[in-house]
Write a protein that binds this ligand. Sequence first.
Ligand SMILES: Cc1cc2nc3c(=O)[nH]c(=O)nc-3n(C[C@H](O)[C@H](O)[C@H](O)COP(=O)(O)O)c2cc1C
Length: 311
Amino acid sequence: MSRELTLDPRVDLGRGLLLPNPVGVASGTFGYGFEFEHLVDIQRLGAIYTKGTTPLPRAGNAPPRVAETAAGMLNSIGLHNPGVEHVATAYAPRFAGWRVPVVVNVAAATVEEYVDCLRRLEIDGVAGIELNISCPNIANGLDFGRDAAAAGRLVQACRAATSRCLIVKLSPNVTDIGAVARAVEAAGADAVSAVNTYIGMKVNLGSGRPVLPGRGTGGLSGPAIKPLALAAVAAVRAAVSLPVVGVGGIAEPADALEFFVAGADAVQVGTANFTEPGAAIRVLDGVVAYAEAHRLGRLTELRAVPAPQPA
Ligand SMILES: Cc1cc2nc3c(=O)[nH]c(=O)nc-3n(C[C@H](O)[C@H](O)[C@H](O)COP(=O)(O)O)c2cc1C
């Protein structure tokens, strides 16, 4: 006798993007999906958020580009990717045949470049756009994501350029992440994801220099950032009524469940993919088993932080 499932695992991120389940893989940790196709059943994922895709191909920074830290890692990959044209012509037709929705993560240096990328991605196979706003804004030298007004202007222009679900990925390297979330909500974002990596540094005492070249800093990710990311998600949940995709240090089903308590509607598994390519699938199975054991109809029933009511 088959047992009746109580859980509806689907997550509506808006504008037609209905995820089959809430557990996806985070940008920059799963390539464009092909790289993992032979290792795990990628079609079971809730979504694949691709590597950050830029207007032109980029080779990224010279090595070393990653460094291990306590319970995490630092990276300064420098957006190594084949460029939007290649993604549109060579990858998107393959995405179109997949069951798993592919959300293309986009990064650029000017508003115009973001807009051009989004226009090029108005094609089959692109289920949604995740806007990486943690990019230096050439016009004023500061990350778009660090300034609520600049983030709002960028999202307003991007909104006009895409019919796809527009997910804005928030930077945690700000004083008030809720203010940035409110600005992108007002500018027309369909959802937000939180968070990108935290700025960090590792120093080699022997050489007396930082381990990563250039500015010496990189993005910190992995279990080390989970408590920070949970606090950020709770702050965003309290600030906006948009769907929130939680990301930061998720490696176990319990980690993902904690993000639902903090207010997430869906989650992404990132750094854990490097040590365990099937981590997201294992997290998904554990989350579903928990929900079934607790007779949950929706994972949002776990939520402890209420969202504000739309005005
Ligand atoms: C090696 C590496 C590359 C990343 N590249 C991107 C990227 O291109 N665009 C982006 O928005 N986030 C990128 N991220 C950030 C992750 O998507 C995620 O937000 C962050 O790592 C926190 O999640 P985690 O602790 O589960 O890894 C990258 C992270 C890592 C570790």
